[in-house]
Write a protein that binds this ligand. Structure first.
Ligand code: HEC
Length: 213
């Protein structure tokens, strides 16, 4: 909850030592440093000029705008869950309906609710690991966003669901028999209809990481 806008948020990781900054860079000077580095890559100079319609377009402000604009394209419209909600009830399999009911009856939907399946608020002590205060994450496109939890400590979706086993604060006890049904329901909140391309090379020449397929 450190930032109010996507633009502001995109500065967060850049300035945070445990995310991207590291301990050998200075938080105050890092954006100027990045601007300087990007200006040395001709491909970025051209792409920024084209995108923003001015010369010398590589600036700290435009970098965060570019990142935020990219992020706004990562959406999950028309999932089977959305279609179910808008009345196509027969679209769910029996197991998905059972999973949805367990999700509601179990109390998951107390926090994971609404279009984003999140109440968007901070929960003190709800962090599975440690004592951090974390905001309920959206469960949209959940199959593509492993590893799970704020620290990425759960590799598979089943592991994330299993964290709720026998938790006293839920409305009913979630046990091993329920994981597969809940997972089946959560799969309905995925869409294949979003940008999943990972470029093989990027203008900086740095190694491209990530795996969302
Ligand atoms: C009291 C609020 C609350 C309830 C109830 C709740 N959750 Fe969560 N859920 C959270 C919070 C907060 C996190 C983030 C925890 C973390 O990052 O350590 C989370 C994380 C998750 C994640 C991982 C998401 C990710 O992207 O890393 C899954 C999956 C999940 N919950 C499913 C469920 C299921 C299934 C239930 C019911 C059995 C449930 N939740 C009940 C608040 C809740």
């Amino acid at each position: 909850m450190r930032a109010d806008t996507l633009e502001e948020q995109s500065l967060g990781p850049i300035k945070n030592p445990v995310e991207m900054l590291g301990y050998n860079n200075d938080e105050q000077g890092i954006m100027a440093n990045i601007v300087e580095r990007l200006r040395l890559i001709p491909e970025y100079v051209t792409l920024f000029e084209q995108a923003f319609g001015v010369t010398e377009a590589v600036s700290s402000e435009n970098i965060v705008k570019a990142i935020a604009t990219f992020e706004r394209k990562i959406t999950s419209p028309n999932t089977r869950f959305d279609r179910f909600l808008s009345g196509e009830q027969s679209i769910f399999t029996q197991q998905e309906i059972i999973g949805l009911n367990k999700f509601i009856d179990g109390g998951c939907a107390r926090c994971h609710l609404g279009p984003m399946l999140s109440d968007n608020i901070l929960h003190l002590g709800e962090a599975i690991i440690g004592t951090d205060i974390v905001r309920t994450p959206s469960l949209r496109n959940i199959s593509y966003t492993a590893p799970y939890m704020h620290d990425g400590s759960r590799a598979r979706l089943t592991d994330a669901i299993a964290d709720y086993e026998n938790r006293g604060d839920l409305d009913v006890t979630i046990g091993e028999d329920d994981f597969a049904d809940i997972e089946a329901f959560l799969q309905t909140v995925n869409t294949d209809d979003f940008y999943k391309g990972i470029p093989t090379i990027v203008p900086s020449g740095l190694t491209v990481g990530g795996n969302i397929n």
